[in-house]
Design a protein around this ligand. Structure first.
Ligand code: BGC
Length: 554
């Protein structure tokens, strides 16, 4: 795939649809590699690992936010959208990283966070200094409070990370924030906000960035008269017909039509993927080719480990992708969820169809790794990974999953950083367990991540899972990922899939060119179909063992 897009060894141009079946590696910069001994991963650290990234065979890298930030929400609180956090590097470092990745034929995505800035952003600081009703305040959502002296919040609105969705400022007005109070929501009805983000998209596109992951893409437009109230953010509380006051309003797509105009000014066009937690029927609009072009499909993050559950998600999402002219996206792990190795070891995970609620419940009530069958979780995770790599569409891999890392479930509470944890009054899980700095080499301090204490603690069991300990082991998880990604690229053809079989234990499908994928979700063996075994997530001896995916050539 994409073998024809090199110009002098560099990806300067390429087919406009390179993204459709790409494998994208998500980097959480602060936890990837620390090059300057401050305990935080940084951009130069990523540059020094470009050979490693290239050895994975991925098509693109997505960098979670690296912008200046006080880290109230792991960098999703952005002080300046067109700069780099000095703790992580400089704009020159990003240019150098882009060039180093491009030289290896790897594209780069950055994260755009348009729903809210940080409270340290110059615009918000100006708003604080300006009077109620001023143009500066109108870039955000400021309102007077209720009660005789405005002492009550303007509406009963909780935030995602805690009780209050409004915070009062010195002169008595309140501002809205769907996330932490350090993340004030922008007023997207103000054309200045719109223009500012167009500038930001151009800024990064001009620097050679190939694509954008769009954070909370469904929340930008809000119905604010009357002001919305909300007691929680369960998806089921959201209206799914475009009339919800806070999310997924039809008008949001007007914004993305203009973004598309910017993307299409480049050759190849810049691409984008929406993080939009919306009803499945509403996904097509985000994935529209006149809008962002692709939308994350998070259904496998909350699916139970069973053939019927996975089959349903895959069939529905492939249908949606065809309807929109987009391609589907497959994700098992990211920086917001319990790593899938661990999630799939949670007894009964996803059975009620509400994986996130169960995740929270489990994290808060059990929280100790010894209550889990971690080996089982790993086996299922690898089976799931080979399965999604065999599907048409693009696949996202989150740093560390290629090492088979588990979540650091037993991280001591006092070392956690996630606002969802410490502002949620014990109601929500911490996302720190999947954000632990990577283990590169068990013989070095901090498992080779840094020469000093890392910003988040690493668990003892990291030693056996470091890159160095897996590098020369042909059977390691790392080498399985490499083989799978390489083989996928060789086998990949049109975005087509024909179902061959499907029952309560397993299913199989064929891709063009006789590439067959079978997944056994059950605890018993199933028959191995005829054909040449190309790859399997476990050792095969005549039958397909429990919790295993096999690729065959027929
Ligand atoms: C990001 C989270 C972040 C939130 C607020 C999300 O969806 O993935 O990590 O906390 O947006 O920006």
């Amino acid at each position: 795939m994409n073998s024809d897009v090199f110009v002098d060894g560099v990806f300067l141009r390429g087919p406009a649809d390179w993204w459709r079946q790409a494998v994208i590696y998500q980097i959480y910069p602060r936890s990837f590699f620390d090059s300057n001994a401050d305990g935080l991963g940084d951009i130069k650290g990523i540059i020094s690992k470009v050979d490693y990234i290239s050895s994975l065979g991925v098509d693109a890298v997505w960098l979670s936010p690296f912008y200046p930030s006080q880290l109230a929400d792991g960098g999703y609180d952005v002080d300046d959208y067109r700069d780099v956090d000095p703790k992580l590097g400089t704009l020159n470092d990003i240019d150098e990283l882009t060039a180093a990745l491009h030289a290896k034929g790897i594209r780069i995505f950055v994260d755009i966070v348009p729903n809210h800035s940080s409270n340290l952003h110059v615009w918000f600081q100006e708003a604080l200094r300006s009077p109620a009703g001023s143009a500066a305040r109108n870039r955000y959502i400021f309102r007077d409070g209720r009660g005789a002296n405005g002492e009550l919040p303007p509406s009963d609105l909780v935030s995602h990370f805690g009780p209050e969705g409004w915070t009062r400022v010195e002169d008595g007005q309140w501002y809205m924030h769907l996330f932490t109070r350090e993340q004030p929501d922008f007023n997207w009805d103000n054309p200045e906000v719109h223009e500012e983000f167009l500038k930001t998209l151009k800024f990064w596109s001009d620097r050679g960035v190939d694509g954008f992951r769009v954070d909370v893409a469904h929340a930008l437009k809000k119905q604010l008269d009357p002001l919305p109230s909300r007691t929680g953010y369960d998806l089921s509380l959201m209206k799914a017909d475009g009339t919800d006051e806070l999310f997924d309003r039809d008008e949001v797509h007007e914004i993305y039509k203009d973004w598309r105009q910017v993307f299409n000014q480049y050759d190849p066009p810049r691409v984008a993927v929406a993080e939009a937690w919306v009803h499945p029927n509403r996904v097509p609009a985000y994935a529209s080719q006149s809008g962002l072009g692709q939308s994350f499909n998070f259904d496998l993050l909350v699916a139970e480990w069973s053939a019927p559950a996975f089959h349903k998600v895959i069939a529905e999402n492939l249908k949606t992708a065809i309807e929109t002219g987009s391609s589907s996206t497959w994700v098992m792990s990211n920086h917001d969820v319990i790593r899938h190795t661990t999630r799939l070891a949670i007894p009964g995970y996803g059975k009620s169809g509400n994986g996130f609620a169960e995740e929270n419940d489990w994290y808060i009530n059990h929280r100790f790794e010894n209550s889990l069958d971690l080996q089982l979780g790993l086996e299922r995770a690898l089976a799931a990974t080979l399965l999604i790599l065999a599907l048409p569409g693009s696949t996202y891999i989150y740093q560390g999953e290629e090492l088979g890392l588990h979540d650091y479930v037993a991280m001591p509470d006092h070392l956690k950083q996630d606002p969802q944890w410490f502002r949620g009054e014990g109601k929500f899980k911490s996302r720190d367990g999947c954000r632990v700095p990577l283990p590169w080499d068990e013989s070095q301090p901090a498992y080779g991540f840094s020469s000093v204490l890392p910003h988040l603690p690493q668990p003892d069991w990291f030693a056996g899972q470091s890159v160095a300990s897996q590098e020369n082991n042909a059977d390691s998880v790392l080498n399985l990922y490499r083989r799978a990604i390489k083989l996928r690229r060789e086998l990949e053809g049109a975005e087509e899939l024909s179902w061959l079989s499907s029952d309560s234990k397993s299913f199989s499908f064929e891709r063009p060119g006789g590439w067959v994928c079978v997944t056994n979700f059950s605890e018993s063996v199933i028959e191995l179909p005829a054909g040449e075994v190309l790859l399997s997530s476990k050792r095969i001896t005549g039958e397909i063992p429990p919790n295993c995916t096999v690729w065959l050539k027929v």
